[in-house]
Every structure is written in C-alpha cells, then in structure tokens.
Ligand binder design. Structure first.
Ligand SMILES: NC(=O)c1ccc[n+]([C@@H]2O[C@H](COP(=O)([O-])OP(=O)(O)OC[C@H]3O[C@@H](n4cnc5c(N)ncnc54)[C@H](OP(=O)(O)O)[C@@H]3O)[C@@H](O)[C@H]2O)c1
Length: 243
C-alpha cells in the first residue's frame, strides 16, 4: 500500500502558483494531503499528477495586508506553508522597500501570528500538532546579490526566531525552510529544480527536522544552525514573554 503520511491532513500553501508552491502541492498530494492553494493571482490553478490526472485542490485568493480575512480558513488548516516571496533585485526605490518588507517579512509574520491563534484554539483533528513551515532563504545569512531581498529575508528569519520562542509548543510545530538557489520566476538561474527542492523539503519535514536546509552550498549547513542557535540565545536573554 502507498505510504500516505499526510492523509487526512489539510495543507495550505501560499505562493501556490509559483514554482516551489506548485512543486510542494504536487509532492504533498502524492503523500495524501488535502490541498488548499493560497494565491494572490486571479488565474485558476490547475495541477496534474505524473500520470496526467488532475490534482484535486481548493484555491483561495488572498492579498498581503489582508491576512485577517484568512482567519476562518486557517482554522481548518493542519499545516500552513508560508512560501510566497518577491525579489526586486537591484531596485532600491521606496516602493521596492515597502513591497519587499510587506511581502517577504511582514505578511509572513502576520500569518504566523494568526495561525498560532488558530493552533491554540480547540483541536479539530486527531491529536497531531499543527505545523507552520516558513520558507525564508539562505539569503538570511548569505549574500543573494539583491540587497532588499537579503534585508527582508533576514527580517523574516529574525522575526521567526523571536516569535518562535513564544509560539512554538505542543500545539504548534514550526519548521524553517532554508533553501539555496532553484529555478523559478524569482530566480531564473537557480541551480536546483523546484521539484527536487520540494521533495527534499518534505522528506526532512517527515524526519521531524525543525531546520530544513536544501542547498548546494556546504557553508549554509554550517552557518545556519550557528545563526539559529546564537539568535535563540540572544533573544532569550534580552527579551521576555508577554505577561
Ligand atoms: N528561487 C530561489 O532561488 C529561492 C531560494 C531560496 C528561497 N526562495 C523562496 O522560495 C519561495 C518561493 O519562491 P519561487 O522561487 O518559487 O518563486 P516564484 O515562482 O516567483 O513564486 C513566488 C510566488 O509568491 C507569490 N507572490 C509574489 N508576490 C506576491 C504578493 N505581492 N503577495 C502575495 N504573494 C505573492 C506568487 O504566488 P501567487 O501568485 O500564487 O500568490 C509567486 O508566484 C519564496 O519565498 C522565495 O523567497 C527562493
């Protein structure tokens, strides 16, 4: 019998129409998940499996800045994958700053907070904790030849580290996805394929890893755990939980 570890679990993926969004949806479908595609695009999303059969999914339109409208929907979600992102490359205009911070950092932070509230509410499933997977990037700690991408991804990663101290627990498992370059509209010259990255991400998540790294750069495997550990210690020492 096929191994279907995600059978009965509803997985929502943002940035669903992007390269990694589609690859993750396909991989999670293969493993039995019920799919919810969260997309800012108005175009219908149609995915097929390797046999050419259409993949069943629900599609929901959302916009950065209007995350609150997803509250009711998030209550149904077992695993939320925050995967949307933008790269303005060399643009350093005020509009580019705002767009990068909003899309890459602040909307992810707001969705993290909303999903944590949903996770702390009454469980609707069979006892498994809800999971939030946040796709940052190795741009959290390495140059990406795109200053605003680095700034916004670092902010996203640091907010995740800070708020995880408070939000992660028995009801909410948080996984950080730290990915190297893969081919997509955001990075047409990436060396990996989105399908390869999606399979590797899901494999490591199934192993239970909180820090999921997929990169051809060996330094990322050394530096990212060190960065995560030092942030954890620093944020614990110099911040405290809400009263
Ligand atoms: N490609 C790489 O080398 C690389 C490396 C490390 C990390 N990443 C991260 O991986 C994630 C997926 O990127 P990708 O490479 O698959 O790029 P992609 O194909 O361009 O997908 C990104 C998706 O994000 C969504 N998005 C873009 N602008 C948005 C906005 N203003 N509001 C809401 N959603 C918006 C769009 O999906 P919808 O139209 O469906 O909303 C878009 O298709 C991103 O977070 C990226 O930073 C990429």
């Amino acid at each position: 019998m096929a191994d279907l570890p995600y059978r009965g679990r509803t997985v929502a993926v943002t940035g669903a129409s992007g390269s990694l969004g589609q690859a993750l949806l396909q991989e999670l479908h293969r493993l039995g998940a019920n799919l919810l595609a969260l997309t800012s695009s108005a175009a219908p999303l149609a995915l097929v499996d390797p046999g050419g059969q259409p993949i069943p999914l629900r599609q929901h339109h959302w916009r950065c800045g209007q995350e609150e409208e997803l509250c009711a929907l998030l209550a149904e979600v077992d695993i939320l994958v925050l995967n949307h992102g933008v790269n303005v490359h060399g643009d350093r205009s005020a509009e580019a700053v705002q767009r990068s911070l909003e899309v890459n950092a602040l909307s992810c932070w707001r969705l993290l907070e909303l999903f944590a509230v949903a996770a702390s509410a009454e469980r609707h499933g069979a006892g498994q904790p809800r999971e939030l997977w946040m796709n940052t990037s190795e741009a959290e700690i390495q140059p990406a030849l795109s200053p605003l991408y680095e700034i916004s991804k670092r902010l996203q990663g640091q907010l995740l580290s800070l708020r995880s101290l408070e939000l992660a627990g028995p009801q909410l498992r948080i996984r950080r996805l730290v990915l190297g370059p893969f081919r997509s509209a955001l990075n047409p010259i990436g060396v990996m394929s989105a399908d390869f990255v999606a399979r590797a991400v899901v494999r490591q998540a199934r192993w239970g890893w909180g820090l999921v790294i997929v990169s051809p750069n060996p330094l990322t495997y050394l530096l990212m755990p060190l960065a995560a550990l030092s942030r954890w210690a620093y944020f614990r020492l110099f911040s405290r939980a809400a009263a």
